[in-house]
Design a protein around this ligand. Structure first.
Ligand code: ALL
Length: 327
């Protein structure tokens, strides 16, 4: 779904306010664009990363659907940032949500460390905070004496299964390269480790590994230089599908579609299409549409019973190949 469609549909729903940064919806306490405060219905803010990434627009859709099916239980405010690396904006959104007196924040942090201080402010203000998708840094949480439950997949195992599938079509000694996500994100690190494990187990050589910060354009530039520097490259393993798309474009431009394979992570529609067409080998589905829903459900539970002990929840992640996609 496009951003504009998302924004349009969001503005039609009474309790949903779509990305602050992009449609100028500034839910400060004085701003009338926020849904009216309801004395008994809690307001939950979903704070995501880049809504230019289909993974997060799918997540937003799933959350909106859940809210419309459970509208007596809660109101939902949906936020996202424009740029994967705009940590300052994501932190500002969280501050705005505290000022808007929401009762809970469900957050996919753009960085595992840098977002901890603002989430600490949220907890001190009495808000329920649930961490989804990208886990906050455990050491920093511990140092700050903060407990924030995490809801999300085992990224390492997900990436490992994608890597293992790729390894079946390669032979020991083959050369591959990795496109990593933002290095200060825990899920980016875990996916890199999963790819590395699968390659190591199969005797495949990783000759280059660089961060393209989750983004298609950066991945395109970096993949082009990788292909140039390593003419025998047999595959590129991208830590998300946005970067896999950039890699595919670089492979096409280098006339290497017959020799260099691509795998990704997320199962966005463009990746599904590429897999069906044989341009991409595999991806992982971490069920983005349900991820925020699980987080919201945990937030509701904690709001209902503030004394309950918040527990982490591991969510599913599945290998997607041509064989598993409906034709
Ligand atoms: C991660 C998600 C996705 C996504 C990436 C980009 O946290 O799990 O794989 O593509 O963020 O922001």
């Amino acid at each position: 779904m496009s951003l504009s469609t998302l924004a349009r549909s969001g503005s039609l729903l009474l309790s949903i306010c779509i990305p602050l940064a992009m449609v100028g919806c500034q839910p400060k306490a004085s701003n009338t664009s926020l849904p009216p405060a309801s004395p008994d219905k809690p307001k939950i803010a979903l704070v995501m990363k880049s809504l230019a990434n289909e993974f997060f627009s799918t997540m937003a859709e799933g959350a909106k659907q859940h809210q419309s099916q459970n509208s007596p239980q809660y109101e939902l405010i949906v936020n996202g940032i424009k740029d994967e690396r705009d940590l300052a904006r994501q932190a500002a959104i969280i501050d705005e949500m505290i000022a808007a007196k929401v009762q809970a924040i469900v957050v996919a942090p753009a960085d595992s460390k840098a977002l901890v201080p603002v989430l600490r402010r949220a907890k001190l203000a009495g808000l329920v905070v649930v961490n989804i998708d990208n886990k906050l840094d455990e050491e920093i949480l511990k140092a700050e004496s903060l407990t924030v439950p995490f809801v999300g997949p085992n990224n390492r195992l997900g990436a490992q299964s994608v890597g293992q599938y790729l390894a079946k079509s390669l032979k020991p000694g083959d050369q591959v390269a990795v496109l990593e996500g933002i290095r200060t994100s825990f899920n980016a690190t875990q996916r890199r480790l999963g790819f590395e494990q699968a390659m190591k187990d199969a005797g495949i050589q990783i000759v280059d590994s660089q961060s393209a910060n989750w983004e298609t354009n950066q991945a395109n530039t970096i993949a082009a230089s990788m292909l140039n520097a390593h003419p025998d490259l047999k595959a590129i393993l991208a830590a998300n599908d946005s970067m896999a798309l950039g890699a595919m474009a670089a492979i096409k431009a280098a006339n290497k579609t017959d020799t260099v394979q691509v795998v990704g992570f997320d199962n966005i529609s463009a990746a599904q299409e590429a897999i069906r067409q044989g341009k991409m080998l595999a991806t992982a589905d971490q069920h983005g549409d349900q991820l925020a829903v699980y987080g919201i459900e945990l937030a509701l539970k904690l709001l209902q019973d503030p004394n309950s002990i918040p527990e982490d929840r591991e969510t599913p992640v599945d290998l997607i190949t041509a064989g598993s996609l409906p034709q």
